[in-house]
Ligand binder design. Structure first.
Ligand SMILES: Nc1ncnc2c1ncn2[C@@H]1O[C@H](COP(=O)(O)OP(=O)(O)O)[C@@H](O)[C@H]1O
Ligand SMILES: [Mg+2]
Length: 391
């Protein structure tokens, strides 16, 4: 008669579908009990996909019957996401991530990556399980800013494991590409890359995944919004008016894609002199209040130009972690607290239509011929303003 050790030995032969490791190695087998000829096996698995459970049931039954027993299986798995989809197929390609926050800017160089890094680290310091996905295919500099440049990515089966720094899981095209390699990609390639960064990375159960988007309002934004439910958008801008015009486009895009706006970060707002510590107005300050009002949102924080912020970015040592007493670190902490409150207020049970226009393949999100048109209809011939190239 087989004992519990014999049963576990058999289970070592059962591979988790899609992976080279067994369910024992992954630690998915939580309990084994024997009841006469029957063995009761409890498993915690990470996938809610039906075919994973079916495959495991088949493989486990085969092993257990080989030692003359019957198996009763109890799967503990994440609930299939009810809402969580913006996609045409109804699939959320990253259901283990509770809230996705898209960090956008109308243009490059305004401090989007710096803001993403410091907000993410600040949210982790406030007890959240946080990740950063660097989707800025053209300028993936999150690895440098998180001190992860040159780190090797571990591949498990056919998936890559995120890197981790300061309690934050990180994945970036920057760590998957050769250093300094120029990327000239067409829209369709960007879409594929973004979907792979969500689907083929072993993201753990995260409270918040911050996504550093490429600047502007193009294919990447649209793809992301159609692949996963985006709980919140953050716009990063500098206070000058040119940047503000670009920000309007970026905020319009959130509106069109039905992404709730968590707020605006006014970056490079004033200058804190490293020698005398006084704050002076260089690019203007406080111009984002009107912008936030106009879009019915809030200013999450105003960050001064502070040399320590740039030095922290270049050295991979985020200011919020390494100089928590600085003015900027405190402002990042407050801004992150506002983001946490905001995403907590976003209902998990939203339907596709609440957040996204659902469109058939090949039809742009702003098309008037879409299956379920966006709430605000566009008149034909008018560009949606998202830069998706529909007109
Ligand atoms: N508040 C700030 N004070 C000083 N330097 C900053 C600040 N915000 C960003 N920077 C620096 O400005 C440059 C551009 O910022 P980055 O975050 O890379 O912008 P983006 O991602 O929008 O292109 C970087 O060198 C960064 O360190
Ligand atoms: Mg950047």
């Amino acid at each position: 008669m087989a004992n519990i050790e014999d049963i576990k030995k058999e289970l070592e032969k059962v591979k988790y579908p899609g992976f080279a490791k067994s369910i024992i190695e992954f630690g998915f087998v939580k309990d084994v009990k024997i009841d006469g000829e029957n063995c009761l096996i409890s498993l915690d698995i990470t996938s809610s996909a039906k075919d994973v459970e079916e495959q495991l049931t088949k493989d486990i039954n085969a092993c257990i019957s080989a030692i003359g027993m019957k198996a009763t299986l109890n799967f503990n798995k994440p609930a299939a996401p009810k809402q969580s989809s913006n996609t045409v197929s109804g699939n959320n390609i990253a259901p283990q991530i509770k809230k996705i926050v898209m960090v956008s800017s109308g243009k490059g160089g305004v401090g989007k990556s710096t803001t993403t890094v410091n907000l993410a680290v600040a949210a982790a310091m406030q007890g959240k399980k946080v990740g950063i996905l660097d989707a800025d295919i053209y300028g993936p500099n999150i690895p440098r800013m998180m001190g992860l440049n040159g780190k090797e990515v571990e591949v498990i089966g056919d998936k890559a494991k995120p890197l981790n720094a300061y309690g934050v899981d990180v994945m970036s095209m920057g760590v998957l590409m050769e250093e300094g390699q120029a990327v000239i990609w067409r829209g369709s390639m960007i879409m594929k890359a973004i979907q792979q960064l969500l689907r083929d990375i072993l993201w753990e159960n995260l409270d918040i995944l911050f996504i550093d988007m490429p600047p502007g309002t193009g294919d990447a934004q649209l793809t992301l919004a159609q692949s996963v439910p985006v709980a919140a958008g953050i716009n990063v801008t500098t206070p000058q008016h040119v940047a503000l015009d670009d920000s309007r486009r970026s905020l319009d895009m959130f509106e069109k894609l039905h992404i709730p706006v968590a707020g605006v970060v006014e970056n490079m707002s004033g200058f804190i002199c490293p020698s005398c510590n006084t704050e002076s107005d260089i690019f203007g300050m406080g111009t984002c209040d009107a912008l936030a009002d106009q879009y019915n949102t809030q200013v999450l924080g105003s960050l001064p130009i502070e040399p320590a912020i740039r030095e922290g970015g270049d050295a991979g040592k985020p200011i919020v972690y390494f100089a928590p007493e600085s003015v900027s670190a405190k402002r990042y902490m407050e801004a992150a607290a506002k983001v946490i409150t905001f995403v907590d207020s976003i209902d998990d049970d939203r339907t596709n239509e609440d957040i996204q226009p659902t469109t058939p393949p090949g039809v742009s999100a702003c098309s008037t011929t879409a299956a379920a048109a966006p709430k605000k209809e566009q008149s034909s011939g008018e560009s949606c303003g998202t830069g998706c190239g529909c007109h």
